[in-house]
Write a protein that binds this ligand. Structure first.
Ligand code: CA
Length: 230
């Protein structure tokens, strides 16, 4: 899937201009005009990169930057800070708050796209490799095949993606809403119960090929991959 850029900007003509230029380059985009809306978006789907304006009506871009850096799931997220102020002191403050790069308004869309691409390239080596393994389960992203204790596991594309998301961090509990965002994409309307159905299928497929249930259901909270003893 093409990278998702979250644009946090209250000036709509500016946001639209950036969105237009990014989509022309094949990026997916989301626009949020407040910090609160941005966090809601992030809860649905963690973007690949964030462009955040410093001057926003409620919470400042600096504040949003700090929150993104404080959360485990967005700690590594590439962030570009936008500002009308070009002073050295502001630049330092922006970077200290956790921004990776800093762009002064007015900027050329071409330059911004180039900066975004460069930042994504820098962030890429941190991304997960071609295969993940946990508790005897091996998921191969290149061949789209899964095995458990060496035995092939037949999975639908959705179940594959679901397992891939759960394997990103075993033990971490993901809510149905979060799974919906990560597996189905934030813009699609799917009922949370759909997640339960797919988890059930995934669990059945995994259990057929090995011993022990490695998917933990946490009542009222969600699901996690967990091979530990109950
Ligand atoms: Ca602004």
């Amino acid at each position: 899937m093409s990278p998702l850029v979250l644009i946090i900007e209250d000036e709509m003509p500016q946001a639209e201009m950036l969105r237009y230029n990014l989509e022309k380059e094949g990026f997916r985009t989301l626009v949020a005009d407040t910090g609160e809306e941005a966090m809601r978006r992030v809860d649905m789907e963690v973007p690949d990169l964030v462009v955040v304006d410093w001057m926003l009506p409620e919470r400042s871009g600096i504040d949003i930057c700090r929150e993104l850096r404080a959360r485990a799931e967005t700690r590594q997220l590439p962030i570009i800070m936008l500002t009308a102020r070009g002073e050295e002191g502001d630049r330092v403050l922006g970077l200290e708050a956790g921004a990776d790069d800093y762009v002064v308004k007015p900027y050329s869309p071409r330059e911004m796209v180039a900066r975004i691409k460069a930042l994504l390239r820098r962030a890429a080596p941190e991304a997960s490799g071609p295969a993940s393994a946990y508790a005897g389960v091996v998921l191969d992203r290149e061949t789209h095949k899964v095995t458990r204790d060496g035995v092939p596991v037949e999975l639908s594309p959705t179940a594959f993606r679901l397992l891939e998301v759960l394997m990103e961090r075993p033990g971490r509990v993901l809510s149905r809403e979060r799974l919906l965002g990560k597996v189905w994409g934030g813009d699609v309307f799917v009922e949370p119960r759909t997640v339960d159905v797919h988890i059930r299928r995934l669990r059945k497929a995994l259990n057929k090929s090995g011993d022990g249930d490695i998917i933990r259901t946490v009542r009222g909270a969600g699901y996690a991959l967990d091979a530990g003893e109950e």
